[in-house]
Design a protein around this ligand. Sequence first.
Ligand SMILES: O=C(O)C(=O)Cc1ccccc1
Length: 329
Amino acid sequence: MRDPRPTPPEGQQVSNETTYGYFGPRGTFTQAALAAHLESVGAADRLDASVPFATVTAVLDAVQAGEIDLGVVPIENSVEGGVSATLDALNARDELYIRAEVLVPITFVLAARPGTTLESVRAVGSHSHAWAQVRGWMEANLPAAHYVPTLSTAAAAEDLSGLDDLTYQAAVCARMAADTFGLEVLASDIGDNASAVTRFVVVSGPGHLPAATGADKTTIMLFQHDDHAGGLLEMLEQFAARGINMTRLESRPTGAAMGSYGFSIDFEGHLDDARVAETLMSLHRVAARVRFFGSYPRADARPAEVVPSASDESFADARDWLEQLRTQG
Ligand SMILES: O=C(O)C(=O)Cc1ccccc1
């Protein structure tokens, strides 16, 4: 009989022993991202055995310690920008690599215990990124409501259903979380931006570089030698000179001193592409440190547009030409 499961991209084969963890509890947007990822690699049946962790750092610690093979965490939001908790936690741990990315459209509901009216809601619990995306709706519909931060959107829903002495009466979460924890939906589609998308990453330990697909992304963090005029430009021109398009650039404080920053960058291409390899080698020369977080297939499978002068063939031709000069010149 034919195996009905889709064939996963090379380098992303999942065995029945592969263990997954995610930023939970059940009902988070991160769990939805894990479900979408498992579907795409033909391993939807692994969802039930996946382990929820209460924080992003707990997921990454479990991957680092080898308790789970792969962990899923949010990294970037189309409305709020980078998830700094994830960027900083990845950076603080050696030997963690991004193996895949997942894009999830985000829609929020306001959920409460059955019988609660909108008028009786005086405070709302949720994850800070969710709260930031429903501010407009809150100002228009619950202008006096206070915000209570919770570890995740689903944690707000779970606590609402199970604990009695809470300081909030409603949660901003996914409809799935409201259903999971027996809450009633007071209002749906309350996000200020109907096309909000969050990007999640699947993280593992070393030694599992996915094969190049032609539609890949690479994530790195760059650290400057010292603060000098043109320092950032010097690093960025390495990308421009080799026709590489960046898809995210953020500065993050290193924590070492006021004004000390690292640059977190996603760009198109794979470590096995000549233009990427050459760029990384040049960055290694001009930067104090280059942290490589992995090359992995793009979630939207959009192939990189590579100008002819930045193709693998063009780099190989240039190398052959140089070799010829060395032997005959
Ligand atoms: O709290 C959650 O459900 C998460 O997975 C983090 C999050 C919060 C808000 C938008 C997207 C992801």
